[in-house]
Write a protein that binds this ligand. Sequence first.
Ligand SMILES: Cc1cc2nc3c(=O)[nH]c(=O)nc-3n(C[C@H](O)[C@H](O)[C@H](O)COP(=O)(O)OP(=O)(O)OC[C@H]3O[C@@H](n4cnc5c(N)ncnc54)[C@H](O)[C@@H]3O)c2cc1C
Length: 401
Amino acid sequence: MTSPWSTPQRTVLISGASITGPALAYWLHRAGFGVTVVEKASAPRGGGYPIDIRGTAIEVVRRMGILPQLRDAHVDTGRFTFLDADGGLVAALGADTVAGSVQGQDLEVRRGDLTAILYGAVREDVELLFDDSVDTLDQSGPGVDVTFRSGTRRTFDLVLGADGIHSRTRELLLGPEEQFDRYLGYAVAVCTVPNTFGLSREVALWSTPGRSAALYATGDGDELNAFLTFHQPERPLAALRDPQARWDLVARTFAGAGWEVPGIVGAMRHADDLFFDVVSQIRMPTWSNGRVALAGDAAYAPSFLTGQGSSLALVGAYMLADSLTRHSDHAAAFAAYERDTREFVTMNQALVDNGGARLFPTTAEALERRNAMLRGLAAMPATTPPPAHSALVLPELAPTP
Ligand SMILES: Cc1cc2nc3c(=O)[nH]c(=O)nc-3n(C[C@H](O)[C@H](O)[C@H](O)COP(=O)(O)OP(=O)(O)OC[C@H]3O[C@@H](n4cnc5c(N)ncnc54)[C@H](O)[C@@H]3O)c2cc1C
């Protein structure tokens, strides 16, 4: 029985149920919070490209008890083949060498598999509101008064934004995305295409200066993930807004390309799961305001060029929940979260400054340098993962009520 003198349960609303959201929900429920998660999609979003879980993030999923499930879902890509303009072989490397992963330790899983496993870990324990989103946040009272798109109004002690790179929570809290967006000069288009190429657990990457096309076989099934990545010095704003402009830009950029690129571009035109976005990082001077804080891509998206987005999401969720467990005062908790996590975030975002975009060179000279580097790696396959992957040692689990 609850003692009449015990502290009332703190309530938290988490916006977003992809990777950061369910990870936060897991740890906060464990710490005794009353957790509600709102997700604008009608169900957990499945499918998607492969993502990596590495270094410190492996310890997070081990502590969540989902490491065995994730090991079962591990894709184990064997080979990464680099191709020139005509589809000729430049180099073939072990996938771990390219990704900077530790073989047998770091994990690569389909994004939808990770989301499903995280969702499975919380769905019995927290309140999940699908097909809804936060419309307004009002912090003038003792809690956060939330109006949902559905019209419902509720008050929570805290609100946490885990709603991705184009976070609505961030916009409501701190203003337009532009001020925090560090555009990295690329756009990316991803979709699923039929595996008519006979690829199995491997990646084939075709490159010319400023243009790359990749086919990514996460298994030996009938489908592949196709990626088109291309250099765009200015943000392609029209393409972000308008599907026809988007399609025109992709078709124009890859006109005359060799290898399987015309087939990939053609398949993208008809794909029903096309994902298109600019490649950006989110860099913010602070991750909270009052009783509202941000985590994962919403606060510090590192971009897929670092391959660290999911790992930062998992580690950031752990650190935020841990701080809230240790500090009953939310301001102290948010300050501790930033103090203890920011260096890890900065190191991982900097991977792209130190040549993280080297797989996608924009000039003929840079492409030649990349190819020479790859041939060198092929002759000397052992690599060490970047220290950034493991730079944060997780605090011991805080005691739970
Ligand atoms: C092409 C591509 C390749 C990538 N490859 C890798 C990789 O190899 N390795 C890696 O680690 N990472 C990779 N990433 C990045 C990785 O997917 C993200 O960093 C990671 O998913 C961050 O998770 P998140 O939960 O913070 O945000 P997201 O996964 O973006 O999730 C945000 C969630 O919030 C929901 N949402 C949005 N707005 C609202 C709203 N207003 N109300 C309610 N819900 C809302 C969305 O529907 C979504 O479910 C890649 C990303 C892309 C685009």
